[in-house]
Design a protein around this ligand. Structure first.
Ligand code: NAD
Length: 294
């Protein structure tokens, strides 16, 4: 019997990659429900799985912010069970906090927080009844530590950590596992897809010059970070695969060790002052050195 996997946000990036990887598994171990908000974007996925068997992949419409869409997608799972639920849909929001519109912030929380909660709620009762199931979350280093100019995104991802850590305590009684995959930067369209404060826009122009300068320094840092340490999707997918196949996957699984020294500071220096200093240095010191030379 195939392992039934339902994945959200499969039109691009990690979701698309994972759907393709599982659907083209040589021993056909998986039946994949690759879901996406907008079915008009299914061509890329279809192209990637060309030649793979119809029996391993089905594409469904699913907007995680729409309860009706969630219920309809759940109904269309022929096996009437989901063994592995991958909550992957997510969006970023970058910019000085003063420039984040209420609408933009609300959208981030709708997708990243309420979308993830709603998706879990849709499949939780069935998993509990069967006393089996895995919930896998596309989480982030930004879910464990604050990143400057990503305050609202981090707030939304922190929320999901709290959600899952709380759930995990109960789920072990039901032979279920929840796993947060903590990704650093990954080479996907995430950066292109995220909402970013428009550099020419009035919100940024109205901002104090010091914050504006810091933000432009941050953007440079972000660029070099993605250039130097971003992982390829394939590398990250292996960590998802390991969690899907492990009998008892852990609550957290890290795709990279690069940020571990920063992440650890929360435990070794609980008052946070060391983290704040270290993160400031990590992001702004290179820029300062350049500034000094200039
Ligand atoms: P991506 O932008 O390619 O993928 C995100 C997907 O979510 C897109 O396909 C998008 O259409 C979908 N989505 C957005 N709103 C939706 C909605 N309402 N309903 C259903 N789907 C919706 O980027 P990605 O890198 O593949 O991101 C996947 C996940 O990984 C996200 O949750 C993201 O926060 C997380 N992540 C990414 C990175 C990175 O650097 N790429 C780092 C850490 C965490």
């Amino acid at each position: 019997e195939k392992t039934v996997v339902l994945i959200t946000g499969c039109s691009s990036g990690i979701g698309l990659g994972l759907a393709v990887r599982l659907a083209s598994d040589a021993s056909r171990r998986f039946k994949v429900y690759a879901t996406m908000r907008n079915l008009a974007k299914k061509e890329r996925l279809l192209e990637c799985v060309r030649g793979c068997h119809a029996s391993t992949l089905e594409i469904l419409q699913l907007d995680v912010t729409d309860p009706l869409s969630l219920a309809a997608a759940a109904q269309q799972v022929q096996e009437q069970r989901v063994d592995v639920l991958v909550c992957n849909a997510g969006v970023g929001l970058m910019g000085p906090l003063e420039t984040c519109s209420y609408q933009a912030m609300k959208n981030i929380f709708d997708v990243n927080v309420f979308g993830t909660i709603g998706t879990i709620q849709a499949f939780l009762p069935g998993m509990k009844r069967r006393k089996a199931g895995k919930i896998i979350i596309s989480s982030s280093v930004g879910a464990l530590q604050g990143i400057p100019f990503n305050a609202v995104y981090c707030a939304s991802k922190f929320a999901v950590e709290g959600l899952c850590e709380s759930l995990a305590v109960i789920l072990q009684q039901f032979n279920m596992h929840v796993t947060l995959i903590e990704c650093g930067p990954v080479n996907t369209s995430f950066l292109a897809n995220l909402q970013q404060t428009d550099a020419e826009g009035s919100a940024l122009q109205a901002l104090d010059p010091q914050t504006r300068a810091l933000y432009s320094q941050y953007l440079q840092h972000c660029q070099s970070l993605f250039r130097d340490v971003a992982q390829d999707t394939e590398e990250v997918l292996q960590v998802f695969l390991d969690a899907i196949c492990a009998p008892c996957p852990p609550l957290r699984s890290f795709t990279t060790q690069v940020f571990m020294p920063l992440t650890r500071l929360k435990l070794t220096s609980p008052d946070g002052s060391e983290y704040v200093r270290a993160m400031h240095q990590f992001v702004f010191s290179a820029g300062e050195a350049q500034g000094d030379r200039a």
